[in-house]
Design a protein around this ligand. Structure first.
Ligand code: PMP
Length: 429
């Protein structure tokens, strides 16, 4: 088919009429489909069911040092959990603290503690006139909601296929002492599925921040979440803690990780990796906050996986379920929208999302249109701080949750919505 912007108004009107008929047809079906959140499907959850059989009343409940995991204590996590999560995060077990069930919760706490008590003895952020965070966009809505909640000013940094625009990052971080942090999803980013290049990671590690308490919030949520088993089809991310050490800035980064999309979201293990100085700072707060995290869950995860190789094998079973879903969305987009000039999208090799960009000024209307036919998408604008996409063009597609047949239907309805809104825009021009 011709590109839409090459069509005359009569052709566009004819196309609109045909699309409206199709849309009325799907709307009449009264569907209820959800492509809004990056939740694993039921089939994926079932992969981890045996995790629930690892412990029962006959189990040995002690960790490898003999500590009874049914009781309080062991603030930083049992040694074998640190080993497993350390391997997942590519750091030494001693550079890690195991937390509770959610890494987002740890990120929230970290910002909260920095606001009230400061970072490693620096002035608490709440006592400063201005605190700013850099936000690579499009990005993860829940990161932005944390910084918005604390009244931290957020600055958009455009993303590229290699990571954030590092010229801009360097300019802000190295010159503006009110810039205290940056949100990063460095591997299979949310929502584009991009992985930061080696050069980007090295440039991060070589930042020379104007503020002593500037920290990189490195949320490696998708560290082992490949869609393909072949190593040449997997993205590779340079390990940043070691790079920061090499560049003489060992305290500049906090690495967050969790097993939310490995086992059960909301019932997994979360962890932080950082320099010893940073970990001591975390622990000062932690020892007031709790008498210890859920060590039985740590024990359960460690005994279930045993080692990293088994965890990778488990991720490969997730990929078997996820891969056809991503490919279905991508192929349908290509077949239906390829060459029309009304949208572009990413084709990630891992993670949980596909990022779609419509013509400027269309995203909100597309999401509303899809909703009209029963397809729930992530709210347009959510991938930007304050929910404000300056071009109103980015839409996050989350293919994981629906069944394959529902996903096909949902994608077709989404595409119809893109076409209808685009035709309207072109006719109005
Ligand atoms: N970080 C990113 C980038 C995510 O996409 C998600 C889940 N959607 C999380 C963190 C949440 O992780 P957790 O369940 O460990 O809080």
């Amino acid at each position: 088919m011709k590109a839409y912007n090459e069509m005359g108004s009569e052709e566009l009107k004819a196309e609109k009429e045909a699309l409206e008929k199709q849309f009325a047809g799907v709307k009449a079906k009264g569907l209820k489909l959800d492509m809004s959140r990056g939740k694993p499907s039921k089939a994926q959850l079932e992969l981890s069911n045996e995790l629930m059989d690892v412990l029962n009343s006959d189990s040995y409940f002690c960790d490898e040092t003999g500590t009874d995991c049914r009781n309080y204590g062991v603030m930083g996590g049992i040694p074998e959990a640190k080993k497993l999560m350390g391997a997942m995060s590519e750091v030494n077990p001693e550079d890690m603290i195991i937390y509770g069930n959610s890494s987002l919760n740890v990120m929230f706490d970290t910002v909260s503690r920095s606001m009230t008590h400061g970072v490693c003895g620096n002035t608490p952020w709440c006592k400063l006139d201005k605190v700013k965070f850099l936000c690579p966009v499009p990005g993860y809505d829940r990161h932005f909601r944390i910084t918005e909640y604390f009244g931290i000013e957020m600055i958009n940094i455009p993303m590229t296929e290699n990571g954030p625009d590092m010229d801009l990052v360097e300019q802000y971080v190295n010159n503006d002492a009110s810039v205290k942090g940056i949100w990063c999803v460095p591997k299979y980013s949310n929502p584009q599925g991009y992985t930061y290049s080696e050069e980007t990671v090295k440039r991060f590690a070589n930042l020379t921040p104007a503020a002593d308490d500037f920290r990189i919030f490195w949320d490696n949520a998708y560290s082992i979440h490949h869609l393909y088993d072949e190593p040449e089809k997997q993205d590779y991310l340079l390990e940043i803690l070691n790079e920061c050490r090499k560049s003489g800035h060992p305290d500049m980064v906090y690495k967050f990780i969790s097993t939310s999309k490995v086992t059960f979201p909301g019932s997994g293990l979360a962890a932080v990796a950082a320099s010893q100085k940073n970990l001591e700072d975390f622990k000062k707060h932690l020892t007031v906050q709790t008498i210890g995290h859920d060590k039985l869950n740590q024990l359960r995860h460690v005994r279930y996986f045993g080692n990293m190789a088994n965890m990778h094998a488990h991720m490969s079973r997730h990929a078997e379920i996820l891969r056809p879903k991503f490919e279905t969305v991508e192929n349908t987009l290509e077949n239906e929208l390829g060459g029309l000039g009304i949208g572009t999208w990413t084709t990630p090799r891992g993670g949980y999302f596909i990022s779609f960009d419509s013509m400027d000024g269309c995203a909100k209307a597309i999401v509303a249109k899809a909703q009209e036919a029963g397809v729930k998408m992530t709210e347009a604008g959510a991938t930007f701080p304050y929910g404000m996409d300056p071009r109103d063009s980015n839409i996050r597609i989350a293919p994981s949750f629906p069944t394959l047949s529902d996903l096909k239907l949902a994608t077709e309805i989404f595409i119809l919505s893109v076409k209808l809104v685009s035709v309207d825009k072109l006719l109005a021009e």
